[in-house]
Design a protein around this ligand. Structure first.
Ligand code: ATP
Ligand code: MG
Length: 296
């Protein structure tokens, strides 16, 4: 029987729209999980290499990167490096931009990352994948390898339209190669709680997810995750120092928001693991869902 304590939770942070908070959320959520004592791997799947820079890795000096892993030129264990206590990073380089076209002619092109994660085993309990702002083959690799999707977004009307397109892609990947893929929810980034426009968009989003509960889809149990991440200048400053918010400004609102978000996800995860552990056999799929015995 598999040991449920060893299950790996693989989460793709995706949104094809640029500049919505994907990298900021991946890095600081991962750092918060690591601070809670959980071993966490950040996979930088974006040729811009912002997550690598944010974690203090100079992409120009990286010898082995996610590019080598995707193209099968090096084992993942040789490419992952430490980024702090309980925190690891599989860095990116600008070469990764070429991987997108090189992948096109390779067999199993959608499954390169999934295969690599299998080789990584349970060296990390959480794997957070920072996706590029596109729906190309790199993002498809992330969706094929992941069990969950978290969508960082800003609460604007136009952003809602983008979410429709994004869910369509998740639906296609789920049907074609990864039926276990689930959308966990949306993280509201650079959030302004005082604006009435923002409140309307959040209400629309919640209404949309509520309606989706009735039908089978990967976003059947999706929700707007709490807390929203407030706009906080310290979050914008820390990448240029190669530091997470916890190392750069641990008292800042950004640190508080990301720690609370991580703690909520970890609580759900632990409650679900405890529940599943009591059942036999232990199913392979473990994605928290409302009404699943998980405390709010
Ligand atoms: N809560 C926040 N408060 C203030 N600034 C933020 C916040 N979250 C993100 N930012 C800033 O907004 C910009 C875009 O964020 P980020 O790089 O995380 O977005 P992204 O979706 O990863 O972008 P890309 O699509 O280019 O990869 C960055 O300069 C980042 O520092
Ligand atoms: Mg980014």
């Amino acid at each position: 029987m598999p040991d449920p304590a060893k299950l790996v939770r693989t989460i793709a942070l995706m949104n094809q729209k640029g500049g919505v908070g994907k990298t900021t959320t991946t890095v600081n959520l991962a750092a918060a999980m690591a601070r809670a004592g959980r071993s966490t791997l950040v996979v930088d799947l974006d040729p811009q290499a912002h997550a690598s820079l944010h974690l203090g890795v100079d992409p120009g000096a990286v010898e082995r990167s996610v590019y080598d892993v995707i193209l099968g030129e090096a084992p993942i264990t040789e490419c992952v490096r430490a980024a702090g206590e309980n925190l690891m990073v599989l860095p990116s380089t600008t070469d990764l931009a070429a991987a997108e076209s090189e992948l096109a002619s390779i067999p199993d092109r959608q499954k390169r990352l999934e295969n690599a994660f299998r080789d990584f085993g349970d060296r990390a309990e959480f794997i957070l994948i920072d996706c590029p702002p596109s729906l190309g083959l790199l993002t498809i690799n992330a969706l094929t390898a992941a069990r969950e999707v978290i969508i960082p977004m800003q609460a604007h009307f136009l952003a809602l339209q983008g979410v429709g397109k994004l869910l369509e892609t998740v639906g296609l990947v789920s049907k074609a190669v990864n039926p276990r893929l689930r959308v966990t929810g949306v993280v509201l980034c650079m959030h302004d709680t005082s604006s009435s426009h923002t409140k309307e968009v959040v209400a629309d989003m919640e209404g949309f997810f509520e309606q989706a509960r009735g039908q089978e889809s990967p976003w059947k149990f999706a929700r707007v995750l709490r807390p929203a991440i407030r706009r906080n200048i310290k979050l914008a400053e820390c990448p240029s120092f190669g530091k997470t918010i916890f190392d750069y400004a641990p008292q800042a609102p950004g640190a508080e928001d990301y720690q609370k978000l991580a703690d909520g996800l970890l609580r759900e995860w632990d409650a679900l693991l405890a529940k599943r552990q009591a059942e036999a056999p232990v199913p392979e799929i473990v994605v928290p869902a409302p009404g699943d015995g998980v405390p709010a």
